[in-house]
Design a protein around this ligand. Structure first.
Ligand SMILES: Nc1ncnc2c1ncn2[C@@H]1O[C@H](COP(=O)(O)OP(=O)(O)OP(=O)(O)O)[C@@H](O)[C@H]1O
Ligand SMILES: O=C(O)C1=C[C@@H](O)[C@@H](O)[C@H](O)C1
Ligand SMILES: [Mg+2]
Length: 202
């Protein structure tokens, strides 16, 4: 028995208590978990905490890009523009999404490319952390490392990005979780049992 198995999952991933329905298996314990959502959704904060509880390695796609380039995300945007950033993001996502036993916090715009959406849908279980534009804005308004919000109307920009991306987050999501005004710890506490008992249709 592997110690890192989540509660309720057995090594062959059949349902605890016997395969009443052999077509349904529990979330394989090493299948990657991907967090998607807008900037400020809590992907980094919640992802790190989830990984600790699920005894998984935590990766953050923005941090991965910063480590590879040696500069902050905002400087990648300044030097290479959004197009250059997105190219690097796709390469990093392709590599990171092949890793087993991870929780990966993606960047807010990682769902924009069809290629990225394919990686997310085919390689892991995707959690969409949803929040309203007002709530998102409260969380990110003071952060300077979010280049897309460096405009004269950051709240309006956030609102239009959310509108444009919502269907894309929904498209890739295995689970949509409304964070509402829940505190981080409360979101994590609610997500853990959902993930531990998540059933995958093979
Ligand atoms: N549920 C929450 N309640 C209150 N504050 C939150 C919640 N989730 C995240 N935050 C706070 O919002 C800020 C942004 O969170 P975080 O950096 O985790 O977002 P993100 O989804 O990773 O954004 P990005 O796409 O820009 O990387 C942080 O200061 C974090 O502590
Ligand atoms: O929402 C977005 O498009 C972004 C979100 C961040 O995670 C970074 O990936 C970058 O600032 C772009
Ligand atoms: Mg983040």
């Amino acid at each position: 028995m592997n110690d890192s198995l989540p509660m309720g999952a057995s090594p062959d991933n059949t349902m605890a208590g016997g395969p009443e329905d052999p077509a349904i298996v529990l979330l394989p314990y090493d299948q990657p978990l991907f967090l998607v959502g807008m900037m400020g959704a809590g992907k980094t904060t919640i992802g790190r905490s989830l990984a600790r509880i699920l005894d998984r390695e935590f990766l953050d796609l923005d941090h991965e890009l910063e480590a590879r380039c040696g500069v902050r995300v905002s400087l990648i945007f300044d030097i290479e523009g959004e197009e250059g950033f997105r190219r690097r993001e796709t390469t990093a996502l392709d590599e990171c999404s092949r890793r087993r036993g991870i929780v990966l916090a993606t960047g807010g715009g990682a769902v924009l490319s069809p290629e990225n959406r394919k990686y997310l849908k085919e390689r892991g279980v995707v959690v969409y952390l949803r929040a309203s534009a007002d709530e998102l804005f409260r969380r990110v308004s003071r952060d300077r490392n979010r280049p897309l919000l460096q405009t004269s109307d950051p709240k309006g920009r956030l609102r239009s990005l959310l509108q444009e991306r919502e269907p894309l987050y929904e498209e890739v999501a295995s689970i949509t979780f409304d964070t509402g005004s829940m505190a981080v710890a409360q979101v994590v506490r609610s997500l853990v049992p959902l993930l531990q008992h998540y059933k995958v249709n093979p």
